[in-house]
Design a protein around this ligand. Structure first.
Ligand code: HEM
Length: 453
């Protein structure tokens, strides 16, 4: 880096953000949108003296920070600390050699040959939801967003350790929800009471954490003593070993990865699908195209693994939902050293948020960016864009390990429900994005359910 360029910071918002905190907290997406339109594809957002924050909204920055120069960037404390409270040293928060060792150990477990084995669990969980739907009178109003969360949690619990934790009354489920809500609270409310303070919220969290630990360690112990032929992720993780030393994970390491996969793997898929239902309810032409594809490929019979790859329009609807409503709507990093990107100086210690929400709507890479159009994902259009104009699952070596799992799950749920039911959006309901954790619809998505003949 030359001294001349060293001081060329990106265009800066005037004044310290600390004083605009309410605007950011109330509507971060509108805030990002505003500063991006006003200042451009990289904006320096001073928060406090000596605490620098950048918004990056161009694929070149994503490529530099997540891929070609990823070693210069790490996970910031704003992510590591709250997530670490629940996930310990799991894959989402760990770094360096520890992360690499675990990623290498876990990557084979997410190979397509194992993911394929989860098809039937995903399908049967969806079918049991369809049976519940089938008991309702035609035209009954339900909150479909609300129905997605227990479904994806059920799939996560069963595929991970063959246990259904989606029941409202399940001890595991309750403790998990308390833990999950606590980290969401920690991330969205700064500052919060220190962990040692005996506030009611901290006490509830500690109790929930203890319950989760007891339950997960118990499952691990039982599995170690009596290995089963359960085909689940835990069995695969128990059998996995580091290629260099041949050793496997300790109980604590397994516990951290199991909780990590639960947290990372259920709400993301549920949020995405909730938006798909909203979109389909608004675009009856797209809904009809989807129905036609399902009819042509499945001809009234149940979905099978072999047919998944033929559901190309279904898959494009999912891709397009993840474009406009990316559940992880920003990937934050901290600069581990002074850096320079596209001529701009990024001082060591700066936090950079690479925003999928903005980049996925960038007019340089998307025609009609605000329009929901599954054809944005026709191969000829994909080939014309820079690869990282679209990165709902992140990029580089820390790309989401559950990507194939999530895409298969979303396809099964979407196809199976649409095949059997028509979902009619209830008019004039309030739909708002809640960006506090993943991008979920704040007040749910109400639909009328109609059986298809
Ligand atoms: C639509 C669904 C999903 C979306 C949009 C999503 C998104 C992401 C993103 C953006 C990252 C990268 C974060 C970063 O670089 O800071 C990530 C990482 C991760 N995801 Fe997902 N994810 C989804 C589903 C899943 C599922 C189903 C699982 C597990 C079964 C999972 C497990 C993980 C894990 C363990 C990581 C950390 C990987 C690492 O750092 O090595 N995700 N995900």
């Amino acid at each position: 880096m030359t001294p001349a360029t060293k001081k060329r910071l990106p265009p800066a918002l005037s004044g310290y953000l600390f004083f605009n905190a309410t605007e950011i907290k109330n509507d971060p997406l509108a805030f990002y949108n505003r500063v991006w339109r006003q200042y451009g594809d990289i904006v320096y957002l001073p928060i406090l003296p000596n605490y620098n924050f950048f918004l990056a909204a161009h694929p070149d920055y994503v490529e530099h920070m997540l891929s070609t120069h990823q070693e210069r960037y790490g996970k910031p404390d704003i992510i590591k600390k709250p997530f670490g409270l629940l996930m310990g040293q799991g894959l989402v928060v760990s770094e360096g050699d520890y992360w690499l060792k675990h990623r290498r150990l876990m990557q084979p477990v997410f190979h397509q040959k194992y993911i394929e084995g989860f098809f039937s669990v995903m399908l049967s969980c969806t079918e049991s939801l369809l049976q519940q739907f089938g008991k309702k009178p035609d035209g009954e109003v339900i909150d479909i967003a609300n129905a997605m969360m227990p479904l994806t949690l059920k799939i996560a619990g069963l595929t991970l350790f063959s246990t259904d934790i989606s029941d409202e009354e399940s001890v595991f489920g309750k403790a998990f929800r308390t833990g999950f809500e606590f980290i969401s609270y920690k991330m969205n409310n700064l500052p919060t009471a220190p962990m040692w303070a005996p506030t009611p919220r901290n006490v509830r969290f500690r109790q929930a954490l203890q319950t989760l630990d007891d339950l997960v360690f118990d499952i691990i112990n039982k599995r170690r003593q009596n290995p089963t032929d359960n085909h689940d992720l835990l069995s695969l993780l128990l059998a996995a070993s580091y290629e260099v030393t041949g050793e496997g994970m300790t109980d604590k390491q397994l516990r951290d990865e199991v909780i990590t996969l639960l947290v990372a793997g259920h709400e993301t898929v549920s949020s995405a699908l909730s938006w798909t239902w909203y979109i389909l309810g608004q675009h009856l032409d797209i809904s009809a195209n989807l129905q036609n594809e399902l009819q042509a490929v499945l001809n009234g019979s149940s979905l099978t693994y072999d047919k998944l790859s033929q559901l190309q329009y279904t898959r494009r609807i999912i891709d397009e939902t993840l474009r406009l409503y990316p559940p992880a709507f920003g990937v934050p990093r901290v600069a581990l050293e002074d850096d320079e990107v596209k001529g701009y100086f990024i001082p060591k210690g700066s936090i950079i948020n690479m925003s999928q929400y903005i980049i996925h709507r960038h007019p340089e890479f998307w025609d009609n960016p605000e329009k929901f159009d599954p054809d944005h994902f026709l191969p000829e259009k994909v080939n014309r864009r820079p690869k990282l104009a679209y990165f709902p699952f992140g990029a580089g070596q820390r790309i989401c390990i559950g990507k194939s799992f999530a895409l298969m799950e979303a396809t099964i749920i979407l196809a199976s429900i649409v095949q059997r039911f028509r979902l009619e959006l209830v008019p004039q309901q309030q739909i708002e994005i809640d960006p506090t954790f993943t991008l979920r619809p704040k007040y749910g998505v109400k639909v009328k359910l109609w059986r298809r003949s």
